[in-house]
Design a protein around this ligand. Sequence first.
Ligand SMILES: *Cc1c(COP(=O)(O)O)cnc(C)c1O
Length: 387
Amino acid sequence: MGFDLDAALAQKKAAGLYRRRRLLDSPQGTRIVVDGRALLNFCSNDYLGLASDARLTTAFQQAAARFGVGSGASHLVCGHSSEHHALEDELAAFTGRERVLLFSTGYMANTGIIQALLRKEDSVFEDDLNHASLIDGGRLARCDYQRYAHSDVSDLVQKLKASGAERKLVVTDGVFSMDGDIAPLQALASAAQAHGAWLMVDDAHGFGVLGAEGGGVAEACGLGMRELPVLVGTLGKAFGTFGAFVAGPEALIEYLINSARAYIFTTALPPAVAAATRESLRIIRDGTALRDSLRDHITYFRREAGSLGLDLMASGTPIQPIILGTNERALAWSAALQEAGLLVGAIRPPTVPAGTARLRVTLTAGHAREDIDRLLEALARCQRMLG
Ligand SMILES: *Cc1c(COP(=O)(O)O)cnc(C)c1O
């Protein structure tokens, strides 16, 4: 009875669901030192290798010398610095939107936006595989809350038709974080427009990676502000820094400044993080060579892993899951890879549906062809030894 947390933890262990943190003792990158051991890394979201780029570090140091470390207050009190403001303007130009608003994390952007936009008489429609932060946002809003089958536009349309809500918000990941597939955005945008709904896309994994200039799924699918009014990006992945933003119409941004609790009641990002992100945005815009090498890695990995007979998913992005089924099998493969000097994350429920435990391989522009060959050899060994 009561808070028997030891029993709850023992249950997690028995189910293969216990989670432990690894101790990182190096910068993020393709080579990292984890728990005292050098490993080849295939599990970061640092898709362009910018997290430890010297140009970002310099921008960060110079801004810290000028602004100090902490922002000292929320944006609405006295924490909104010229670095934050310049980054918002540059991101607005980058995304082709009227305005941008920075948030402290993607989790807070998603919960804050959904909660602010929807009242209890409104409806939110979420893809079944949406990121936890989007799902939590829908719950916080305490509005009518509906899930549609993964990327199933006709299921969504049925639900939109049946809804009499005044405000309807369709919410989806741009690139699904655990499967790597891309949402059918043009069809979702048409469905939303036809039923008077707004579309919100969380493109945490698309920015920097997809689109000719790295503008993510919106650029790749040619969706402007009218078709896609609420576009979220995070800065902790391809941008290599920390934080998040939403891009959209002027009125949306002003409304969020005035009503999003996760924006109002929290300390602003350190200004130096904004300054480093401005540098990262410049690199991303000129990052065609980085994106080309990433695309080559993806094509090569999929071809070779496919010919080994590994169970890949239909993903054209740097997220390349290998489905293994049971938690035990995912953990065994991940442990064997680590033994061989490779770090690949084992993803288990509740992050993914039960029975679809997997290795989540992420490729980055910083990898070399030989790195991917090492991974493929180790995976082939797992197949032979572990089945
Ligand atoms: C990582 C991620 C987030 C959370 O962003 P943080 O800045 O890490 O809080 C939100 N949505 C998706 C799809 C993500 O992958």
